[in-house]
Design a protein around this ligand. Sequence first.
Ligand code: PMV
Length: 341
Amino acid sequence: MKADSSTIVRHLIPNRTPVREQASAYAPANIALCKYWGKRNEALKLPLTGSLSVSLGALGTHMRIQVADGDHFTLYGKRQTPDSPAYKRLFEFIDLFRESGTGLDIESHNTIPMGAGLASSAGAFAAAVLALNELYAWDLDQKQLSICARLGSGSACRSVAPGFMEWLPGEREDGLDSYAVPLTLDWPEFRIGILTLSKKEKAVSSGEGMTRTLRTSSLYASWPDQVARDLPRIREAVQNRDLIQLGEAAEQNALSMHATMISAWPPLLYWQPESVQALHQVHALRSQGLSVYATMDAGPNVKLLFHRDQQQDVTKHFPHLTVVDPFVGSAGFANAETDPV
Ligand code: PMV
């Protein structure tokens, strides 16, 4: 099969005419514990390595798609103009799935700030695919949904279901073996703390950042080996609900990714002074006996990993922390609401 996005989509979806008037869906954002950083195929968003994430419960994207006379996109209650980057990126993705001439009115609301390294695009593309699946009554399975979401944003393939998800990188050129599978579905003690240090749009997107790193950082050559070491440790820790093993491997993995970013040219220094300060604080808390670990993505914000019995101690030191139970708030999101024609 010729490997481009529209051919892959044509292979996966059975029809391009809406069966319903409207559909809505929710998908949580996710945070990688073992990061995806670098593509083997840019167009199909095929990764060079596997990755593993945890979803962010009630923090994600609610999306409603309605058949309309023309295309409209409302984000956070604000109409987006056709020349805005968010509008263009969304409809470029939607165009992969629809017959030309079908107008769609799309309303989206993120419960997390956009572009601050909190992976809001993952929830958005996953919610779009889940809503389209209902609107067109495709009845795709989780693997197919994950492949479709991946074509919007790589990490979105890990947002089509809640909980811990592992993205299998695959080997095929067409990417039909590159999708995310669910792991352990409950770890009631596990908590994620989000330390929002900046809500500003990042200067360099993760897509551009990974391409630059791959091209210009000589440290990038060591990244696949780092993942080969970290991914099995993280998977095993999730299976055994072992916070220390998980935290140690996830923090080392995140910092190794940042080492490749910092050594790119021009350098990708997503860290702000507050990020470094927070990392030092996490290390100080660990030396005092708290099991708290940090991870960071392509942005200045720091995310903490800990158990709920230490939440009080952690929030005492980070009073502005948003604490997320990954298993609360996303239940039933796959059962999108629909209106029959
Ligand atoms: O899917 P993208 O293009 O938003 O890239 C995500 C990259 C990281 O957030 C840094 C890592 C990851 O695995 O989510």
